[in-house]
Design a protein around this ligand. Structure first.
Ligand code: NAP
Length: 304
């Protein structure tokens, strides 16, 4: 299959693009900065220059692909507009082709604070304010399923591994300031997934005949955020020290996004296990913290 991945230089997109290439698919990755192409090319992904602002630049390339994967996210005020526009452009790029699949990246924060009982794809959504537009975007993508286009919405938990994304902040604060910084008391649990397990799910989903489905992507680890942060702190040489930042203070510093970090979530991925034969291979953040720290350190730009 020929695969087109947006956000191919990102935390999720880079792993997803590499996994498709490893699985033998001709994979093209959208990049907006040519200085970032080397790791993609090393993974046998072909970079194409473009942005979500200007889909015309990549529409034709995407139109030649039967697998369209949206992993890009823009952090500006235009984030949701660009997200919708990019998904629409992917949908329209290959209208004449049949047998296409569009994979849209969502996230488990749309379930809100779940408490201790596991939720699945059938659970009503309750997103925090900053992700409020997400359910409507997911619903639109699902509504496009049919007439030669399969659409799937993937909802990853917090994605660890490699450069670390949200978990990078634990390593960074521990290495720099001597304590891993977390929001709140840390008695909450994040739903989590290693990025290579997540990437495997994308490949399986694309290769399956599934369409019109939401698929959660979380592993079975159930450590508290405090346990994860302590493990990160130990791995970074800070002897398990953790600094707690009250939620209100974190919101003042980071914006409403910080409320997501305080969510307590238990999200099941039975559907992907049953329907795709997906088995997360990674043991969870706590057990792997020392080598995750090494991966985070190695992935930082020189001098950072
Ligand atoms: N990370 C997680 O733990 C997690 C968990 C659940 C869901 N998600 C969701 O997964 C998606 C991807 O997250 P991520 O963590 O992989 O993000 P990320 O690491 O920040 O990567 C974002 C990607 O989008 C690209 N990008 C940004 N603005 C762009 C624009 N205007 N046009 C074209 N490309 C643009 C970036 O390019 P540059 O490299 O040039 O900046 C990068 O490749 C998001 O929707 C996020 O909400 C993430």
């Amino acid at each position: 299959m020929r695969v087109f991945v947006t956000g191919a230089t990102g935390h999720i997109g880079s792993a997803v693009a590499a996994a498709f290439a490893r699985a033998g698919h001709e994979t093209i990755g959208l990049v907006r900065d040519l200085r970032k192409t080397a790791p993609l090319e090393a993974a046998e992904v072909v970079p194409v220059l473009g942005t979500m602002e200007e889909p015309d630049a990549w529409r034709e390339v995407a139109g030649r692909c039967s697998v369209l994967v949206h992993c890009a996210v823009d952090s500006s005020d235009r984030s949701w507009d660009l997200h919708r526009a990019a998904l629409g452009a992917l949908r329209d790029a290959a209208r004449d082709r049949t047998d296409r699949v569009l994979l849209a990246t969502s996230g488990v924060w749309v379930y809100g604070d779940t408490g201790e009982a596991a939720v699945d794809e059938s659970t009503p959504l309750d997103p925090p304010t900053f992700s409020a537009p997400r359910p409507a975007v997911d619903a639109a993508v699902l509504s496009w399923n049919g007439a030669g286009l399969r659409t799937l919405v993937i909802r990853p938990g917090c994605v660890y591994g490699g450069g670390g994304s949200l978990t990078a902040a634990w390593f960074e604060s521990a290495a720099r300031d001597g304590a891993a910084r977390i929001v709140g008391d840390g008695e909450n649990r994040w739903a989590m997934v290693h990025r290579d397990d997540l990437a495997d799910l994308y490949v399986r989903a694309a290769e399956s005949g599934l369409g019109g489905e939401v698929l959660n992507a979380t592993d079975r680890s159930r450590a508290t955020v405090l346990d994860c942060a302590r493990a990160a702190s130990r791995a970074a040489g800070a002897e398990g020290r953790v600094e707690h930042v009250p939620v209100e203070q974190a919101v003042a510093a980071m914006g409403p996004f910080a409320t997501g970090l305080a969510l307590n979530q238990h999200v099941a991925s039975w559907k992907a296990v049953r329907r795709l034969g997906w088995t997360p291979r990674h043991a969870g953040f706590v057990d792997e913290a020392p080598r995750l720290f090494a991966a985070w350190r190695a992935s930082r730009p020189e001098g950072a």
